[in-house]
Design a protein around this ligand. Structure first.
Ligand code: ATP
Length: 238
């Protein structure tokens, strides 16, 4: 399998506080890989660093065989790495369709963009039904769909999703997780950060457990799902 993303001994700090303390993992093309762990473990910091929004203090990031060390954030998007951030960051006064178009800001192939907007509507019909409405009128779960749809508009090789299930009802969460499975079936490679370890591990090929800036355990999604320490710490079992 082709390795799409290789992270080696990555370290990231906010001033003197080291939030990521030397983590290594990889994502192969076509896989879903998840990072799980409690609040403050360093998951969001890791994704923001991969997107170029934070500069690492040490380590290597290779995407598609190329080092990202000196690559600015907007070029990272054009290399094929898209980020659907925690908290979604949609533009509430703009229409749903215009929010989606923003995700294609680096593209100029109008026909291709229109086709991908239709693809987002096929994936999330509610977005198509309400395409002319302000995005701020969507529910939390629907805004999450919009954020995912927008990230897909850059035709990413790797889609990074930060806590897509946060604050959603169980039904909406299931819909989002089912969409991740569907995207994988369509060939999208996904790096998923989740606090809902059960949901994330159930669909992931590989997972890594983060605790205070370190990866403390790695394995296949199924192995971690059945690991006793994971079940105790993250799946609420005694
Ligand atoms: P969460 O699920 O709560 O987002 P996380 O695993 O994504 O948790 P991070 O948000 O990456 O964790 O935070 C890792 C550590 O870095 C935490 O101790 C956090 O307080 C600290 N941190 C995060 N952002 C900043 C910042 N802008 N300035 C200083 N410290 C920060």
């Amino acid at each position: 399998m082709t390795t799409l993303l290789e992270v080696e001994d990555l370290r990231v700090a906010y001033g003197k506080i080291e939030a990521v303390k030397g983590i290594s993992f990889k994502v192969d093309a076509g896989e879903v890989v998840t990072l799980i762990g409690t609040n403050g473990a360093g998951k969001t910091t890791t994704l923001r660093t991969l997107s170029g929004l934070l500069k690492p203090v040490g380590g290597q990031i290779k995407f598609n065989g190329k080092s990202l060390k000196k690559t600015p954030a907007h070029q990272i998007v054009s290399l094929g790495l898209a980020h659907s951030p925690e908290g979604r960051h949609i533009f509430p006064r703009m229409t749903i369709e215009d929010n989606l178009r923003l995700g294609a800001f680096l593209r100029d192939d109008k026909a291709g963009i229109d086709k991908d907007i239709q693809r987002a509507y096929d994936l999330f019909p509610i977005l198509g039904e309400r395409r002319k409405q302000a995005a701020g009128t969507l529910s939390g779960g629907e805004q999450q769909m919009l954020a995912m749809g927008r990230a897909l508009m850059s035709q990413p090789k790797l889609l990074m999703l930060d806590e897509p299930s946060m604050g959603l009802s169980p039904i909406m969460m299931q819909k989002i997780m089912a969409t991740i499975v569907e995207l994988k079936a369509q060939g999208t490679t996904i790096l998923l950060v989740e606090q809902n370890a059960q949901a994330a591990l159930s669909l992931a090929d590989h997972g890594h457990v983060m605790e205070i800036g370190n990866i403390v355990l790695s394995g296949t999604g199924q192995d971690l799902l059945h690991d006793e320490s994971v079940r105790k710490a993250y799946l609420g079992e005694d």
